[in-house]
Design a protein around this ligand. Structure first.
Ligand code: B4P
Length: 191
């Protein structure tokens, strides 16, 4: 199994690049943002709880997201690898993911960390908000809150994987194609 974490602040291109990577390498895409938005669209109790946090730009509680990923992993025993997009976002989520993957004897192969300046992140997310209908993309204060959550709770997740020499930093500014090529080079160097 080849398991990838695509990491970076909100708006860094995780969702955008995930689409291309899963199709090139035949991986199963697990995006906690997409899973949560689907719970919201289906008006499930989990979705209603998550919405309160997402609308304020806050992270959804760890236990909710970990349970969601655990069931998603069980749904795809045939997968030749997973691409984790937007997960793990806290050290507790990273510990839980390592334990879940230990059971499958299929650890994380690489963490690809996209680096993008704060101004560019805000510009991209406000632009997406014009068309996406995502309530967390239309208000600059909420976008800034998401970036603050990233610095205070998520950035430390990279340290966790750095101790195992699994982190590759990728410049996340430039054309989508150039960034995709840089990601592929790192993946192929570790395959
Ligand atoms: P996510 O759905 O994960 O969304 P995101 O981080 O905001 O965006 P992403 O990084 O995928 O977007 P992309 O850059 O591709 O999270 C939403 C919320 O869900 C979180 O705030 C949180 O509340 C909750 N949540 C999710 N996972 C969680 C977890 N594990 N724990 C707790 N809570 C969780 O795209 C941004 C825009 O940039 C797009 O419009 C794209 O077209 C554009 N773009 C991409 N690449 C570009 C480039 N190279 N140049 C110019 N524009 C580009």
């Amino acid at each position: 199994m080849f398991n990838i974490i695509l990491f970076g602040p909100p708006g860094s291109g995780k969702g955008t690049q995930s689409e291309r990577l899963i199709s090139k390498y035949g991986l199963r895409h697990l995006s906690t943002g997409d899973l949560l938005r689907s719970e919201i669209a289906n008006k499930t109790p989990l979705g209603m709880e998550a919405r309160n946090f997402m609308d304020k730009g806050q992270l959804v509680p760890d236990e909710v997201v970990i349970a969601m990923i655990s069931s998603a992993l069980d749904l795809h025993p045939e997968a030749k690898g997973f691409l984790f997009d937007g997960f793990p976002r806290t050290p507790a989520q990273a510990d839980a993911l390592d334990r879940l993957l230990d059971l499958k004897r299929a650890p994380i192969s690489i963490m690809l960390a996209l680096e993008v300046s704060e101004e560019e992140l805000i510009k991209r997310l406000l632009k997406r908000g014009e068309t996406s209908g995502r309530s967390d993309d239309t208000n600059e204060e909420v976008i800034r809150a998401r970036i603050t959550e990233y610095h205070s709770k998520t950035a430390a997740v990279a340290d966790h994987y750095r101790q195992f020499n699994k982190v590759a930093l990728i410049k996340g500014e430039g054309s989508i194609d150039e960034i995709f090529q840089a990601l592929c080079r790192e993946i192929e160097g570790r395959m």
